[in-house]
Design a binder for this molecule. Structure first.
Ligand code: OGA
Ligand code: CA
Ligand code: FE2
Length: 496
């Protein structure tokens, strides 16, 4: 650049531009430059060029200052760079005190919700979660953002959690017939024609098996396979022309009542339910067994979330699957609609919100024993290029069916004692808070083919509606506590 300046000052404009070609100049040119008369630095063209560069420089400096100013607010949301630096950045991040969320109703989102960076599949991060031990956390997928930490719990901790659950007693995770399903069907208020049209995805005037199953895999808590549905068609004699799909006339014969009567007559086994396991809940707050409090503390460090959020989340759910037990693919959390309220913040919600769902920002799943056969956790669509609900059932293969099709899942995590996996059920909203549900977070427990399987779930509840979460925290913080540290008057966790 200095070269060009000198040249521009000493020669005509044409000569200055001709220097941009990149070809080496003859030696004579530089000696020519030396002979430029001193008075030429005061020429008009020299002045113009200097001013142009000066302005460009000033604009650059201003742009840089603006960039630094506006990007500093985002700093916390992003974790460190990949590789060893990431581990360092992570430790620094952990050393920083966690800022609690503002608890008033007048709050700003200037404290972004931390989100662990996945970097890339297979990326390993070192974590210091407990004294004298380093845990290795490996990224398993980016969609959903999913990590694995072997040895997160010690053998003793696994044993204590299983024993505490047994002491408390486990109950069936799913009742045989779910109440309220019928009422929901009536509330729908849609005619058979309207339902037919909605189910007829390809609009060919026929309902193929997968079109019915995409929307009604689960009936009264019972999981329907394509064969079950065919059996129902045959039992109720609805598929008159026996072509495997239903016309509108045939569909009318398949009323909800007929469906239910058929299933009841035929009898249902536990293996036909969505979830075939037993579970219980263990409180982790003040006064709880030390092991349970330690686990909660470790989860707080792992997720880097403010401890208030973890403290106000659901208790630990301990699950036991017998041989033959399973949990078909599902989302731990509900989708976000304007009219949806979260179960945990319903105290702070508008009383008229018609739908309620669990808002579980993060799932931390612990394996409490090593399973002898089967029992992996499957993520059917992890890291798929696209998500397509319809493609979950193809050619009679239902990817959500973890009794049959686990091996076709994109990702399976082996159940190994002490290991933890954790993932985000929601995406970020890009502004430092919880955004849309992550459809790729679909997962299930594969059938246990040998032995039993024990797992525990720690769900971290956050309301995607920031104001509602803040209002809820404010309400809870004003409540008096009893001597065990339990918040009185508020029934936060019904099942405790
Ligand atoms: C659950 C769950 C998976 C498993 O309990 O919500 O998804 O592997 N469990 O047991
Ligand atoms: Ca069709
Ligand atoms: Fe789950």
């Amino acid at each position: 650049m200095t070269d060009e300046l000198t040249e521009a000052g000493g020669t005509t404009r044409t000569t200055a531009f001709s220097g941009g070609g990149g070809s080496p100049r003859p030696a004579a040119a530089s000696s020519e430059r030396l002979s430029v008369p001193k008075s030429s630095v005061c020429s008009r063209s020299y002045f113009v060029v200097v001013m142009v560069f000066f302005h460009v420089y000033i604009v650059n400096v201003i742009a840089l200052l603006l960039y630094v100013h506006y990007s500093s607010g985002q700093e916390d949301a992003a974790a460190g760079p990949p590789g060893r630096d990431a581990a360092q950045a992570e430790q620094q991040q952990q050393a920083r005190p966690q800022q609690p969320l503002p608890s008033g109703t007048q709050c700003t989102r200037d404290v972004p919700l931390p989100r662990v960076e996945g970097v890339r599949v297979g990326h390993v991060q070192m974590l210091s979660l407990v004294p004298n031990k380093v845990h290795e956390m490996t990224t398993l997928s980016l969609k959903p953002l999913l990590f694995e930490i072997p040895g997160f719990l010690s053998e003793d901790e696994c044993r204590v959690v299983m024993q505490l659950a047994q002491l408390k007693g486990l109950t069936e995770s799913q009742l045989m017939v779910q109440d309220g399903q019928e009422e929901l069907a009536k509330e729908l208020n849609l005619s058979p024609e309207e339902i037919f049209n909605l189910l007829d995805i390809n609009q060919d005037g026929q309902l193929q098996l997968h079109e019915i199953l995409t929307h009604s895999r689960v009936r009264d808590g019972i999981w329907l396979t394509p064969e079950n549905l065919q059996e129902i068609y045959a039992g109720l004699k609805v598929d008159k022309d026996e072509n495997g799909s239903l016309s509108l006339e045939e569909f009318r014969l398949l009323s909800a009542d007929a469906f239910q009567r058929f299933l009841l007559q035929r009898g249902v086994e536990r293996s036909q339910l969505v979830r075939n396991s037993r579970h219980t809940w263990l409180y982790q707050g003040r006064g709880a067994h030390q092991v349970l409090q330690d686990i909660k503390e470790r989860v707080t460090r792992l997720t880097r979330l403010p401890s208030t959020l973890v403290d106000l989340s659901e208790p630990l759910q301990v699950v036991r699957y017998e041989e033959g037990g399973h949990y078909h693919a599902h989302h731990d959390s509900g989708p976000v609609y304007p009219e949806t309220a979260c179960t945990h913040t319903r105290l702070a919600a508008n009383a008229s919100t018609p739908f309620e769902t669990s808002c579980r920002y993060i799932t931390v799943l612990f394996y409490l024993n090593s399973v002898d056969g089967g029992g992996e956790t499957a993520f059917p669509v992890a890291d798929n290029r696209t998500f397509d609900e319809v493609c979950l059932i193809q050619n009679g293969v239902d990817l959500m069916d973890t009794r049959r099709n686990c091996e076709k899942s994109n990702l399976r995590v082996k159940a190994t004692k002490g290991k933890a996996v954790f993932w985000y059920n929601y995406l970020s909203d890009g502004k430092g808070w919880v955004g849309e549900q992550d459809e790729y977070a679909l997962h299930g427990g594969c059938v246990v083919t040998q032995g039993t399987k024990w797992v525990a779930n720690k769900w971290i509840n956050i309301d995607p509606d920031y104001q509602r979460q803040a209002r809820y925290q404010h309400l809870v913080s004003q409540q008096p506590e009893d001597e065990d540290g339990l918040t009185l008057h508020f029934d936060i966790h019904q099942e405790l």
